[in-house]
Write a protein that binds this ligand. Structure first.
Ligand code: NDP
Length: 286
């Protein structure tokens, strides 16, 4: 059994981007610029935003931070987005979710120029992902693909099972696996025979949001198990959806929580920022 080290894989992605950014600065005279907006004072969101800024610094991107008060109106936020959409020096715009209740998330996400939409949440980018012709990666699922690829296992013809069908994780995850010629089954809360379906998976991706949901009997011997979930267990400790201690004895490869999918999501966001910059500025990527 192999424990997939998300920190190491994400560092590799970030180091490659660092090199590419250095070259961009030398040869093209610019570095990618990411604008990060946060509204209100949700502590988890503040940690995420701070980690995103740190990743920008590490790679060598320019980052712009907009910390807006909870009382910000939807109109004010839309005006800021419009300003950033029209600012030619800004390559990526990210609005940290969740937003305060009086702001409609869909309206905000749809207002971001889809060429700067580094979260790939805009309907145009979602559609492109579906078609398979895209440069904005769905961050968490794309991170999962990097983790699977790090095992060296080919996906072609394999049974891949995704538990969860959210727009952020489950659905785009299934698309990426499909594009790589896996045979994909999507499970959700109404799925019958969930255990049997999972036990037939060569690749099992859990994105449920329930601690200990995936038990040993749901896992095929030698399967690759990717745990996207972020939960707190009864002791308040961070954990995923998979009963890691037991499942690791059966899996061929498995991601831990923390240290698995979490670091990958930010690395993929950084990749999108780079892609957005070279795409928008018509730089031929070498
Ligand atoms: P959602 O709550 O939006 O989706 C959860 C999915 O799990 C739903 O599709 C739901 O089914 C399904 N589900 C719930 N209960 C069951 C059940 N008993 N049997 C089968 N399926 C079930 O969550 P997200 O997709 O946004 O996130 C999933 C997890 O991943 C969370 O823990 C989240 O914190 C984490 N996450 C981690 C990220 C990272 O960077 N590592 C990034 C994003 C999320 P139904 O549709 O029928 O309700």
């Amino acid at each position: 059994m192999k424990i997939i080290d998300g920190k190491a894989v994400s560092l590799k992605v970030k180091d490659e981007l660092k090199e590419q950014t250095k070259r961009l600065a030398q040869e093209q005279g610019f570095v990618p610029c990411l604008a990060v907006i946060i509204v209100g004072e949700d502590p988890a969101s503040q940690v995420y935003v701070s980690n995103k800024k740190k990743a920008c610094e590490y790679i060598g991107y320019k980052s712009l931070g907009f910390e807006l008060p909870e009382s910000t109106t939807q109109q004010e936020l839309l005006e800021l987005i419009e300003k950033l959409n029209n600012d030619d020096t800004v390559d990526g715009i990210l609005c940290q979710l969740p937003l305060p209740k009086h702001i409609d998330e869909e309206t905000i996400l749809n207002a971001i120029d889809y060429d700067k939409d580094v979260d790939a949440f805009h309907p145009t980018n979602v559609g492109k992902i579906m078609i398979g012709n895209y440069h904005m990666l769905p961050c968490t699922p794309a991170g999962v693909m990097e983790l699977i690829d790090s095992t060296g296992v080919s996906l072609e013809g394999k049974n891949a099972v995704v538990i969860g069908r959210s727009n952020i994780v489950g659905k785009p995850m299934s698309m990426l696996l499909l594009h790589r010629n896996a045979t994909v089954t999507i499970c959700h809360s109404r799925t019958a025979n969930l255990k049997e379906i999972c036990a037939n998976a060569d690749i099992l991706v859990a994105a449920v949001g329930k601690a200990g949901f995936v038990t040993e009997d749901m896992v095929k011997e030698g399967a690759i198990v990717i745990d996207v979930g972020i939960n707190r267990n009864a002791q308040g400790k961070l954990c995923g959806d998979v009963d890691f201690e037991r499942v690791k004895e059966k899996a061929g490869a498995i991601t831990p929580v923390p240290g698995g999918c979490g670091p990958m999501t930010i690395a993929m966001l950084m990749k999108n920022t780079y892609n957005a910059a070279v795409h928008r500025r018509n730089v031929i990527d070498k």
